[in-house]
Design a protein around this ligand. Structure first.
Ligand SMILES: Cc1cc2nc3c(=O)[nH]c(=O)nc-3n(C[C@H](O)[C@H](O)[C@H](O)COP(=O)(O)O)c2cc1C
Length: 281
């Protein structure tokens, strides 16, 4: 066995969390939405992109592309298309990860075969590849001391964003990643209890109700939602606000997000993808 095949932790006796900078980076993640006006150097960006490309990818097809958006005018336009989430314009650099089947279809054609992977599974694989590469980039950036924030909002105006970034057929933006020097520390956001999301050997909801109630209270107490209530009118214009900062927690916030009128505009994505040459079947 040569050096590169030497087994690495975890192995019996290894104490994860001890002198493990990778775990330290992962366990201290928090999304950063306020950045100092400091660029990300080309050297740092190079390493971040290298880490992104090192990510595992379905069948080694590498069915994603990354657009580095560093032009300030383009960033401002992109920000406008992304619900004016300011961190997109203000971070050091913004990366757009795209699901990309275009060059793979060309590979198929250059070999003289008919492309038959026009089905839903391909959308999931390409989207998955892009998101996994994005997470690798985020971890790399955070390990270097940068703040990051992913941005699913790049799917909000898919056609306009496609036009802006000149994305060809069979390519669509799946997730963005803001990277830069943090100008805030929002702290760790509490997560659902472990047993809510992890079970052994079978799906287990035995503790679901009590755990969700406890989590709702925990999130309420963080004060995260103070001044950030989703407007009740977005759910139903006839409803009146009955929640206060003391009662509005994860339940209400999450439910309002899922039941808000703006969910309707997201329905267009399927049709957009069909127009881009993908199939939903
Ligand atoms: C796929 C994905 C898309 C996201 N899109 C956005 C976004 O568009 N805007 C935003 O402010 N945060 C976005 N986030 C960040 C999440 O809101 C954040 O990860 C979550 O609230 C947990 O907070 P934390 O990352 O600080 O632990 C996104 C995260 C993921 C994983």
């Amino acid at each position: 066995m040569n050096d590169s095949m030497t087994p690495r932790p975890p192995f019996p006796g290894y104490d994860p969390g001890q002198d493990n900078p990778v775990l330290e980076t992962l366990l201290s993640h928090r999304s950063i939405r306020l950045y100092k006006d400091v660029p990300v150097s080309e050297e740092a960006l190079d390493l971040i992109l290298e880490a992104a490309q090192r990510a595992p990818t379905g069948s080694n097809m590498q069915s994603y592309s990354i657009i580095v958006v560093d032009d300030s005018d383009r960033r401002e336009t992109l920000c406008g298309l992304c619900a004016d989430q300011r961190f997109i314009a203000e971070c050091g650099v913004f990366l757009v990860f795209c699901a990309d089947m275009s060059r793979l279809i060309e590979v198929c054609e250059r070999q003289g075969y008919r492309y038959r992977a026009d089905h839903l599974n391909t959308i999931l694989v390409a989207h998955g590849d892009a998101v996994i590469a994005c997470q690798n980039a985020a971890v790399a950036a955070e390990s270097m001391g940068f703040g990051t924030c992913m941005a699913g909002v790049v799917r909000r105006r898919p056609q306009a964003i496609s036009d802006l970034l000149e994305l060809p057929r069979h390519v669509f933006a799946t997730v963005g990643l803001a990277i830069g020097v943090a100008g805030e520390d929002p702290g760790l956001k509490p997560r659902l209890p472990r047993r809510t999301v992890v079970s052994r050997n079978r799906y287990d909801t035995r503790h679901l109700e009590e755990d969700l109630v406890a989590y709702d209270r925990t999130m309420c107490r963080t004060g995260i939602y103070h001044g950030r209530m989703e407007p009740i009118a977005e759910v139903d214009p006839d409803l009146e606000e009955t929640f206060t900062d003391e009662t509005y927690g994860w339940f209400e916030h999450t439910a309002r997000r899922l039941a808000g009128a703006n969910q309707e505009e997201k329905r267009g994505l399927g049709q957009f993808l069909v127009g881009k040459g993908f199939s939903r079947e």
